[in-house]
Unconditional design. Structure first.
Length: 280
């Protein structure tokens, strides 16, 4: 992930400096460890776990990460085991165990939700009333988290031989799962200020704001592609670059109906000796 894309302003800093949000996650995590008395390297050297957790918390603010996690997520044990029994791929098994363990850790620790409602919202899997009676208890979810990290650790030794540090972190998370849940729970209330549960209206407006931001990012990317296509055509005046320019202009117009660029007029200007005016 490009951490520079996600910034925050440190209001406790008189300079109001802007920093990557990874910095905020790490600082909040370290403060939470001190606040709870569960400091780093207390029982085992686990500064590497701090780095892993800060990156994990950062990842949950990235829609691309959530999208990439979807294929590996399952809400119930029987779904996980059914998927695993059909595969002999150690890397796939590692990915499934690790991804589900990470989501359990964040669901319980940060969102105080042992039933993994967060997971169902990401994957779109049903969580209706007919299945609520089968929802796992908090103790069951804690046990699942420990077990999943333990299995992820076992498979990581097969697939991460070049990066043994990852295996060490997963092993520490398996044995200290409850400990890290307590740290994240404190972080949730003291530093993230999350409400216990968002209302339907709040979720709707949050989703709309995220969607609008994604649309703005896509529009900026298409505008850059259009300018590149325009510059390429001005240099070559080839039919291929002209076709690419038309496609780029249409792509921008689909996202911004107010965008106006007449390819035909641009061709006429070039035919009349060129023009220094760039497209608006």
């Amino acid at each position: 992930m490009d951490h520079a894309r996600y910034l925050f302003t440190d209001l406790s800093d008189t300079a109001r400096s802007v920093k990557p949000s990874y910095y905020f996650m790490m600082r909040s995590l370290l403060h939470s460890r001190v606040d709870t008395g569960l400091t780093s390297n207390q029982d085992v050297e686990d500064e590497d776990v701090n780095v892993y957790l800060a990156h994990l918390l950062q990842s949950f603010g990235d829609p691309e990460y959530l999208e990439s996690a979807k294929p590996y997520l399952h809400r119930y044990d029987h779904e996980v085991f059914h998927r695993l029994t059909r595969s002999t791929d150690s890397r796939l098994k590692y990915k499934i165990y690790k991804t589900n363990a990470d989501f359990l850790l964040v669901s319980i620790g940060v969102f105080d939700n042992s039933t993994q409602t967060l997971l169902s919202r990401v994957t779109g899997s049903p969580g209706g009333g007919s299945r609520r009676q089968f929802e796992p208890t908090e103790e069951t979810s804690l046990s699942r988290g420990r077990t999943y990290y333990q299995f992820a650790y076992s498979y990581s030794q097969l697939v991460n031989r070049k990066h043994p540090a990852v295996s060490d972190v997963l092993n520490k998370l398996a044995h200290g799962f409850d400990r890290y849940i307590r740290i994240l729970a404190h972080l949730r209330g003291e530093y993230l200020d999350l409400v216990h549960e968002l209302s339907r209206g709040e979720i709707y407006h949050l989703e709309r704001s995220v969607h609008k931001e994604k649309e703005r990012e896509l529009l900026r990317a298409k505008q850059d592609e259009f300018l590149d296509a325009y510059a390429a055509w001005r240099r070559s005046e080839s039919d291929r670059d002209l076709a690419a320019l038309r496609d780029a202009a249409e792509a921008v117009r689909k996202l911004d109906p107010d965008f106006s660029f007449d390819v035909g007029k641009a061709v006429d200007r070039e035919s009349d000796g060129g023009c220094d005016t760039e497209p608006a």
